[in-house]
Design a protein around this ligand. Structure first.
Ligand code: C5P
Length: 401
């Protein structure tokens, strides 16, 4: 299950070097289960031919307003019938201007004018074209008209310049598209999460850590961002890229994690502790690399602060969510932990299932009871957790009114 599966999308490709990225985007969309109908402008077809898009989408590609292949000769109406959206990627400065003025002199612009579905554009152009006052005006007008503008990014441009105007990469566009179709259940709320393991130094090159992959925390951060939250992810050392739209703060030790969390939670509405924080750290990290002597060695460990319990005990705590990984008696241990740390919500899982894998099976515990979420991918579980939490927040606010 994903947000895009089974959706019908018109992908408009206008004239720009970034049209080559639209080919990869088509492949990703098809892989995600989207029915993709590609419409090329005349200029778009000069950069990448319809053959490429036809092969990748597995469907007829449309370029001409006067194409007679559709039975009623109304491609400009039929292509968006029942469509979930039109995405124009790349959207040239010229296409943005046309959309603003309601011009309809080719198939793509006519489809946009005649649509009854959301329109999303991914601008791609030279830095100066992007910064031109005419484009700035057009951008503001498109946003005022309810068009979702995805990107652009900054970076190297085909013209040899560097700056804003690069089209988002296909993976980022896919992510942005998923977010467009997602209800914004967490809009206006700041969420701080911890994820991954911590690393507790023994000396400059050695340390104590654990095998947490960070996958669940990262999936959750992504799900919150998709639901419209402002997300800060305080992450221990993991080999995962920051999800789109998430502000990531890298830390190593539990003490650094605590410091970063406390600096961020004051104005947060939600705090989720997903990290596998080391319970102990070496009482004293050696300044220099410890030499091997062959003798037995003793390491004195000091307890680490419990970050989650500390946040939950703040005078005005955010809504705190904990994770409990147990190897047995999940219900009893999880509910005990929830009460001990005074958490309104706890996510429990049996540890042998979870570490490092892409799937998991979790149970939610809150003041009203126990909610098994079943077995699913971590991405899907993250979405279900966010849905549950958003409902609890909305419920709490209703009762306060
Ligand atoms: O007590 P236990 O370590 O099982 O609790 C797990 C929960 O507490 C997780 O949400 C974890 O992120 C959080 N935790 C923490 N700081 C610690 C230990 C655990 O925030 N030192």
């Amino acid at each position: 299950m994903n947000e895009l599966k089974g959706r019908k999308l018109v992908l408009g490709v206008t004239g720009g070097v970034a049209a080559y990225k639209a080919a990869e985007l088509t492949r990703l969309l098809v892989k995600a289960g989207v029915e993709v109908h590609v419409v090329l402008t005349e200029a778009g077809a000069r950069f990448v031919t319809p053959v490429t898009f036809q092969a990748l989408s597995g469907r007829t590609v449309w370029t001409d307003l006067w194409d007679g292949r559709m039975g009623n000769n109304m491609a400009h109406i039929d292509l968006t019938r029942g469509a979930d959206g039109i995405l124009i990627a790349p959207a040239s400065a010229d296409m943005m201007a046309k959309l603003v003025h309601g011009l309809a002199d080719d198939l793509l612009s006519t489809l946009c004018l005649a649509r009854d579905c959301p329109l999303m554009v991914a601008p791609a152009m030279n830095r100066q074209m992007w910064e031109n006052p005419a484009t700035r005006r057009n951008l503001a007008q498109l946003q005022a008209d309810g068009v979702a503008v995805l990107g652009p990014a900054e970076g190297d441009q085909a013209c040899g310049e560097t700056g804003p105007g690069r089209m988002l990469e296909p993976e980022d566009l896919l992510e942005a598209l998923i977010a467009c179709f997602q209800p914004k259940l967490m809009a206006g709320r700041k969420v701080v999460l911890t994820a991954g393991p911590t690393f507790e130094a023994i000396d400059p090159v050695r340390g104590i850590t654990n095998s947490s992959s960070g996958k669940m925390g990262y999936a959750l951060a992504r799900a919150f961002a998709r639901a419209g939250a402002e997300v800060v992810l305080v992450s221990g050392p993991v080999a995962l890229p920051a999800p789109a739209g998430v502000r990531r703060i890298d830390v190593l030790s539990a003490l650094q994690m605590r410091e970063a969390v406390l600096a961020e939670v004051a104005d947060a509405e939600v705090f989720v502790g997903v990290a596998a924080v080391a319970d102990y750290r070496p009482a004293q990290a050696a300044e220099h690399k410890i030499k091997t002597s062959g003798d037995a060695m003793q390491l004195t460990l000091a307890p680490n602060p419990d970050i989650l319990a500390e946040v939950a005990a703040l005078p005005k705590p955010p809504f705190c969510v904990g994770f409990a990984a147990e190897s047995r008696d999940l219900d009893a241990y999880a509910e005990g932990k929830r009460r001990a740390k005074r958490l309104p919500l706890l996510v429990g899982n049996l540890v042998q299932d979870a570490l490092g894998g892409d799937d998991n099976e979790v149970v939610l515990y809150d003041d009203n009871g126990r909610y098994p979420l079943g077995r699913a991918s971590k991405a899907e579980l993250a979405k279900r957790i966010v849905d549950h939490l958003a409902a609890l927040l909305a419920d709490g606010e209703l009762r306060e009114e």
